[in-house]
Ligand binder design. Structure first.
Ligand code: C2O
Ligand code: CU
Ligand code: CU
Length: 421
């Protein structure tokens, strides 16, 4: 479990060795020496000031995925930090509780830097969440789920192409064959899909459901029980899992049914819950939060269409750092329509605002419970058209990005700049 740190903790990117479980692996890239990096825990309203040092031999940035921050602090490719360079990322956390994350975003090298290990969690708390009866302390566990490739020499390796990257092992919090001893109570798992390309379909091996309470942008309006969740790179879910019936040494697995990989083995300790356990958790169907999107019923001023073409283009154009594709008036409600003519999945991600997913036509033809509330990344499969509604109302103006979060597509050009004016 990555260490929890405060919002003034210094961050350093460097190359190094890591133990992924079963011995040391070379050629890793790490934040503060660990893979994943430390987990920032902040409160809404906090001032973040993270002094960052780039000890890599290439340029990098730190992008705060899901956090709404000024352009200059957003870690965009335009704000690259040279080797041995520094920058203090400073912004105020204005948004509601939820789990975001941070990762590099340098021009043409995001995919490889993430594949070699650079990423970490970022959890925001607030008073709405405080009022809920949910597990905390030892019973609230962040899970950064991804795949990685280990070569014959025992080093991390990266062989991504525009078509994608598939590693040969699964890592949960940087460990293969991850295991957790669990007391007889409810657990809260804060799941981040930190893979480059791979989709995960999460299930529990005993057929139990997850009680889903949150996603990218924080708490859902109501809790809902789901048996499986197909999630793509960049997406987050907040789930409660009932371990109260698990006898000593009995196990339940968190399993990816796409690959068949067991991701995490939960083994009963036989002990009742201690500090941080709760007597009851929100029931399925119970209301959690009403501070969600308020513009879902407002008719859009503008509708924009984005076609995710092939593996390298949006609306026929390969990413050009110097090109501003369009301007968005601050405060306007807009509908953005994402469609593809093949080569999906495309997890579509927007910087600078959260959105509400309005509809999905074609393909799976429905919205899923983890697509309620606020999102910043939404999965587009082949033949699907997904409409999201958004409003840039943070008060920040300037350049932000729209891109495919399959990082190989992003680096190959499936990205654009737009400007909030
Ligand atoms: Cu997580 Cu622009 O990315
Ligand atoms: Cu982002
Ligand atoms: Cu894509």
């Amino acid at each position: 479990i990555p260490p929890s740190v405060t919002p003034d903790t210094a961050l350093t990117a460097a190359s190094g060795q890591v133990d992924l479980g079963g011995g040391t692996v070379g050629k890793a890239l790490v934040y503060n020496g660990t893979l994943p990096g430390p987990n920032f825990v902040v409160r809404r309203g906090d001032a973040v000031a993270v002094p960052f040092t780039n000890n890599l031999d290439a340029e990098t940035t730190v992008h705060w995925h899901g956090l709404i921050v000024p352009t200059a602090e957003d870690g965009q490719p335009h704000e690259a930090i040279a080797p041995n360079g520094t920058h203090t990322y400073a912004f105020t956390v204005k948004q509601r509780a939820g789990m975001s994350w941070y990762h590099p975003h340098p021009h043409l090298a995001t995919a490889s830097q993430v594949a070699y290990g650079l990423a970490g969690g970022f959890i925001i708390r607030d008073s709405v969440e405080d009022a809920l009866s949910v597990p905390s302390e030892a019973y609230e566990v962040p899970l950064v789920i991804r795949d990685a490739n280990v070569d014959k020499a025992g080093n991390l390796s990266y062989n991504g192409k525009a078509s994608g990257f598939t590693g040969n092992i699964a890592l949960v919090n940087g460990t293969r064959d991850a295991a957790l001893e669990v007391d007889q109570t409810w657990y809260r798992f804060r799941i981040l899909i930190g893979s480059n390309s791979r989709l995960f379909n999460l299930t529990l091996s005993n057929g139990a459901t997850f009680r889903l309470i949150g996603n990218d942008g924080g708490l859902l309006p109501t809790a809902v029980d789901v048996p499986a969740m197909e999630l793509s790179p960049g997406e987050r879910v907040d789930v409660l899992v009932d371990c109260s019936g698990l006898a000593a040494t009995q196990t339940v697995g968190l399993v990816d049914t796409n690959s068949g990989w067991p991701l995490l083995r939960l083994t009963g300790s036989g002990k009742p819950g201690g500090l941080g356990a709760v007597a009851t958790v929100p029931a399925a169907g119970e209301g959690l939060s009403s501070d969600g999107p308020t513009f879902g019923d407002i008719a859009p001023v503008t509708t924009r269409l984005f076609s995710f073409d092939g593996m390298t283009r949006i609306n026929g154009v390969v990413y050009d750092m110097a090109l501003n594709s369009f301007n968005v008036p601050a405060g306007d409600v807009e509908d953005w329509v994402f469609r593809t003519n093949g080569n999906a999945p495309h997890p579509v991600h927007v910087h600078g605002a959260s959105f509400k997913v309005m509809s999905r036509d074609g393909g799976r033809r429905r919205l899923f419970p983890w697509e309620e509330g606020w999102k910043d990344t939404v999965l587009l499969h082949d033949r699907e058209t997904v409409t999201v509604r958004l409003r840039f109302d943070s008060g920040y103006k300037g350049r932000y990005l729209l891109h495919c979060h399959k990082l190989e597509h992003e680096d190959a050009g499936m990205m654009l700049n737009f400007t909030v004016v």
